[in-house]
Structures are given as structure tokens and as C-alpha cells.
Design a protein around this ligand. Structure first.
Ligand code: FES
Length: 343
């Protein structure tokens, strides 16, 4: 296996070693070169960089991710591209925003795996040393016996970076869920992981009221963000809306109800789209519209299925929240044949 010298041209110029089987994004984040990134599967376009010289192997992306003009101009997706020679890569100027944690390979031991709702488990994994990450980021699990990885967000705050909490929903015939986590994963088993990844993080500069919109296990990064924000300011005003279809899909109800009891600023609203009888009936975006006449001055964090996130963003904008204050992450299923794509 060979290694190539990649000269990174941005706010500063520095050289990074990148091996033949390594993606540029992976090499950059391990070397302390920050590059915006989100999906790590070639679908969001966040990690685009320009190849100034050298040979870089890169699958042709969809034009919705990189336009034909950008591709002609030499842009590639760093999370999908591998150098085949020494190269020079232009990256966006570093604005100082975004998380700066070194990407690491990790091995953790499962300390608890527990069914918390229909088809949903929480998994607690202990590391040898705390993981340095920002609230909202995710990690990749390597599925044993394969080269495939799946992404799961940390639900614990960064202050407890030695014991990571994940929420996992079963995917029918899912390689990682049906084939492993729901089938054979047990306390004491080791998990190989890589992270942290992602730019969906708590914004330390926004200290006003927050609204959190979660769909299903999209609750995980929002739990981390809420707990981190409350550690900084226990009186923080936080409104959590957790949307699921049925009561049996809800989890962490006692945790949030107890937090709301103890902190007057915390408001917890479970939302069921397919049945009544617990919390509110309807979709989180519609319920937010009902509950607020304005969201001016608020910041929002949304995580869950794409349709839920899109509807939630619309609701926030309809209630006059600034677009800059809206942070979102969409959970998308892993393409079947992909080797390094999230669950
Ligand atoms: S396309 Fe590379 S991070 Fe999304």
C-alpha cells in the first residue's frame, strides 16, 4: 500500500499523507485539517474540494451534489475521493466555525444493550479513553466480518466521552441491525469504531432559547445537544418535540419528563402521528406552528427522516426563525451495496 503527499491549500498550506486506500476527508481530519463534512457518503456535497493537480480517483457524483460545471472545474467530494499520485487540493477557507476533533480509530466494549421501544435499542459503549467530540456528532461502527460501516450519533454529552450512548432502530434486513445489533450483539462484545464525524453540532455562540425537533432515533444527537447546552446554562430554555408514529415507538419518556420537572426551562412534547392518547397528536412541524406565534431569536436543531426535517425547517421559517439559526441533519438509509455508508 502506497502513501501520497497531498498538499492542502486553504487558509494555510500544509502537507498531509494519504494512503492508496484512504479517502481525502479521512486523511485531512486525522491530520488536523478541518473540512466541513456531514453525510460521509457522497450525498450532501458539504465536503467538496478542488483538485489543483495530481490524480485523484473519485466516483462521478450526482449533479444534484456537484454540478457539471463544478465537476469540469475539478471539484470532487473529499469523503469519496482517494489520491493515486501526489496531489494539490484546494479546500474552503477556514472560518473557524465547526468542530475540530481529530478523527480516531476506536475500540469500545458494550456495557449495556437494552430494548427501549418497539424495534429500538439503546447501546452503551465504554472506551479506554474519552472521545473528544462536539454535541451532535456521530461515529461509524464497523459491521463485524465486513468492510461496511454504519453511522450512529452519540446521545451522551461530550462531558461523558468515555461512555457513549447510541440509539439504534431496526432496519428490515439491515446488515448492521437485523444482521448484527439485534441478532447477536451482547454486553461485553467489542465494537470497532471511527470518529467523530459531522458538522451538525451545538452552536456555542447561540445562547438564546432552543427548539429541538426529533424524528424517531433522531433524538440521539438532540439529547447530547440538550444536555451539553444545559451543562453550560442550567436555566436554558429548551423545547423538545419528539415525533414518532405510535406510543410504542416512544422512548426516554421518563428521562425527559423528569428533566422537565427539575428544570423549568425544559419543555418536552412527545408527538404521535398515527394515534392519540399520549402527548400530542400530529407531526412535529405542525405542532410547533400551533405552539408558537414567533420563533424570532430562537435557534433550532432538527434530526430525523428527511420529510420530517424539511417540514420542521419550513415550520421554523414560517414562524420567522432566521435561516442561519436552523441546524439540521437528515437520517437516510444506507444504500444496500455500499461499503461505507450509514444506516
Ligand atoms: S458528500 Fe462528503 S460529507 Fe456529504
Amino acid at each position: 500500500m502506497g502513501a501520497h503527499s497531498v498538499q492542502v491549500v486553504g487558509s494555510a498550506t500544509q502537507s498531509v499523507e494519504c494512503s492508496d486506500d484512504q479517502r481525502l476527508l479521512d486523511a485531512f481530519l486525522r491530520s488536523g485539517v478541518y473540512l466541513p463534512n456531514s453525510c460521509n457518503q457522497g450525498t450532501c456535497g458539504t465536503c467538496k474540494v478542488k483538485v489543483l493537480c495530481g490524480i485523484v480517483d473519485s466516483p462521478t457524483p450526482s449533479e444534484t451534489v456537484l454540478s457539471a460545471d463544478e465537476q469540469t472545474a475539478g471539484y470532487v467530494l473529499a469523503c469519496q475521493s482517494t489520491p493515486r499520485s501526489d496531489a494539490q487540493i484546494e479546500v474552503p477557507l477556514d472560518t473557524g466555525a465547526g468542530p475540530r476533533h481529530e478523527l480516531r480509530d476506536l475500540v469500545g466494549v458494550v456495557r449495556e444493550i437494552r430494548e427501549v421501544a418497539d424495534e429500538t435499542v439503546s447501546v452503551h459503549v465504554e472506551l479506554d479513553a474519552p472521545l473528544d467530540f462536539s454535541a451532535g456528532q456521530y461515529i461509524e461502527f464497523t459491521v463485524p466480518g465486513t468492510a461496511a460501516v454504519r453511522q450512529y450519533s452519540m446521545a451522551n454529552p461530550p462531558s461523558s466521552g468515555e461512555l457513549l450512548e447510541f440509539h439504534v432502530r431496526r432496519v428490515a434486513d439491515g446488515l448492521a441491525t437485523d444482521g448484527w445489533i439485534f441478532d447477536s450483539l451482547q454486553r461485553g462484545h467489542q465494537i470497532e469504531m471511527r470518529g467523530p464525524w459531522g458538522d451538525f453540532v451545538h452552536d456555542p455562540d447561540a445562547d438564546g432559547p432552543m427548539i429541538l425537533l426529533a424524528g424517531g432515533t433522531g433524538l440521539a444527537p438532540l439529547k447530547s445537544i440538550a444536555l451539553h447546552a444545559m451543562a453550560l446554562d442550567p436555566a436554558r430554555e429548551i423545547h423538545l418535540y419528539h415525533g414518532v408514529r405510535y406510543r410504542s415507538d416512544l422512548y426516554d419518556v421518563d428521562f425527559w419528563a423528569d428533566l422537565a420537572d427539575r428544570h423549568p426551562g425544559v419543555h418536552y412534547t412527545p408527538c404521535l402521528s398515527r394515534e392519540g392518547g399520549h402527548g400530542r397528536r400530529g407531526y412535529v412541524g405542525d405542532i410547533v406552528i400551533e405552539d408558537f406565534t414567533t420563533l424570532r431569536g430562537y435557534s433550532a436543531y432538527l434530526c430525523g427522516p428527511p420529510a420530517m426535517v424539511d417540514a420542521g425547517v419550513k415550520a421554523c421559517k414560517r414562524r420567522r426563525m432566521s435561516g442561519r439559526s436552523i441546524h439540521r441533519e437528515k437520517y437516510t438509509p444506507a444504500p444496500v451495496a455500499a461499503e461505507s455508508i450509514p444506516a
